[in-house]
Write a protein that binds this ligand. Structure first.
Ligand SMILES: Cc1ncc(COP(=O)(O)O)c(C=O)c1O
Length: 391
């Protein structure tokens, strides 16, 4: 007889995965033979650039990499990160003390609360926001205080609205620009304000720069580290998943505050040995090699954005154009909840979108669309929605 082992209390208190039900519903529709246009997820649709795959192929046969890699990653990758930050953002980084290699951005984001907060401590979280922030906070048994992101504030948190008592209790804050799910971008002024607020209240800032490469209309997204004093209060998490279409490779890094980097490496020493050396070599090749592939990718997403937003306006959906990321954040028509509206689009138009409520209370009233299929499919999605006559 197999024993029904109870899960630990820690596992039982993890947040429910809201989007699992969406994935299941989409799967059922496809199984029933419908041609679903799935715009509900954030999985890049393009392959990894050829020169990066080739670097991996060459490195995979190197016996050096068939052994354990150094615990904290290869220094050549950390040096490549420093060269990348100097080249792209004019930011000086010490590769020996200010860079940690991560098994994807998600791992770092989940590890950080475990590194920096105690049970009951307060963590400031954007609402709406990327749900994986909640996971690390739950594992650390900390408490979330939401920072509403609203259109009137360009989807940037309003620090003056955070009660002083909450700010003083907060130990950690997550930010993410270009933003998932709103597609908003940040300014240097906002990051300077963030540094001042964090310094005043002793808060560690984690800027999730997952969409760092994806800014539209010729505007390159700003790195948090470009602002004076940023390294005194925080780190930036940079993933290869989106810039180089390497979501399956699981490679990212944290860069910035030495003490936070030390904490990450210490925790990781206990959790794993570092990434396969060949992946690290390919990652360095991505950072140091030609960047045309990145420019082409941004142009591709921008063309999709323009075509899709124009198609939505044609059907009467007054949709704002995102300034970065590969998401469009679309207000639902009056009288609908985001979940009801997403259900109707899936049921009647066979178009899957992510209901805003899944990203937090302030996501209500919106749905998120990923620009992760070609222009023709995006325009077809808009046409199918138009035929429902809801606008
Ligand atoms: C805002 C944001 N942060 C982090 C990640 C994690 O990326 P990865 O774990 O692939 O590095 C994602 C992925 O979708 C994301 O949307």
């Amino acid at each position: 007889m197999t024993i029904e082992f109870p899960f630990s209390e820690l596992l039982e208190q993890l947040p429910k995965q809201f989007f699992a039900s969406l994935v299941a519903k989409v799967g059922e529709k496809i199984k029933a033979g419908h041609d679903v246009i799935n715009l509900g997820q954030g999985n890049p649709d393009q392959p990894t650039p050829k020169h990066i795959v080739e670097a991996m192929q060459r490195a995979a046969v190197n016996p050096k990499y068939h052994k354990y890699s150094p615990f904290q990653g290869y220094s050549f990758l950390k040096e490549a990160v420093a060269a990348f930050y100097a080249r792209e953002y004019g930011v000086e980084v010490d590769p020996t003390r200010e860079v940690a290699i991560l098994f994807g951005g998600k791992a770092g984001l989940v590890e950080l609360p475990l590194c920096l907060v105690n049970p009951g401590d307060v963590v400031l979280v954007p609402d709406p926001g990327y749900p994986d922030y909640w996971s690390g906070i739950a594992l650390a048994r900390a408490r979330m205080e939401m920072m509403p992101l609203v259109v009137e504030q360009q989807f940037l948190p309003d620090y003056s609205a955070i009660p002083a008592a909450v700010a003083d209790q907060a130990k950690l804050m997550f930010l993410n620009y270009p933003n998932n799910p709103t597609g908003a971008t940040a300014t240097k002024e906002f990051f300077a304000e963030t540094v001042a607020f964090a310094a005043k209240h002793g808060i560690a800032v984690v800027h999730d720069f997952a969409y760092g490469a994806i800014g539209f209309d010729g505007k390159k997204p700003v790195s948090f580290l470009e602002v004076d004093g940023a390294k005194d209060v925080g780190v930036e998490i940079y993933t290869f998943s989106k810039t180089y279409n390497m979501a399956g490779w699981r490679v990212a890094f944290a860069v910035g505050n030495e003490r936070i980097i030390r904490a990450l490496e210490l925790l990781q020493d206990h959790l794993y040995v570092s990434l396969f050396g060949a992946v690290q070599e390919a990652a360095a090749a991505a950072l140091l090699g030609p960047q045309d592939c990145v420019n082409e990718l941004v142009a591709l997403y921008e063309a999709r954005r323009n075509a899709f937003i124009a198609a939505l306006r044609e059907i009467g959906w007054e949709a704002p154009a995102p300034s970065g990321s590969f998401f469009a954040w679309l207000p639902v028509p009056k009288g609908w909840s985001s979940a009801e509206f997403a259900d109707v689009l899936l049921e009647r138009a066979h178009v899957a979108v992510a209901p805003g409520i899944g990203f937090g209370e302030h996501g209500e009233g919106y749905v998120r669309v990923g620009l992760l299929t070609d222009e023709a499919r995006l325009c077809e999605a808009a046409e199918r929605i138009g035929r429902l006559g809801l606008f």
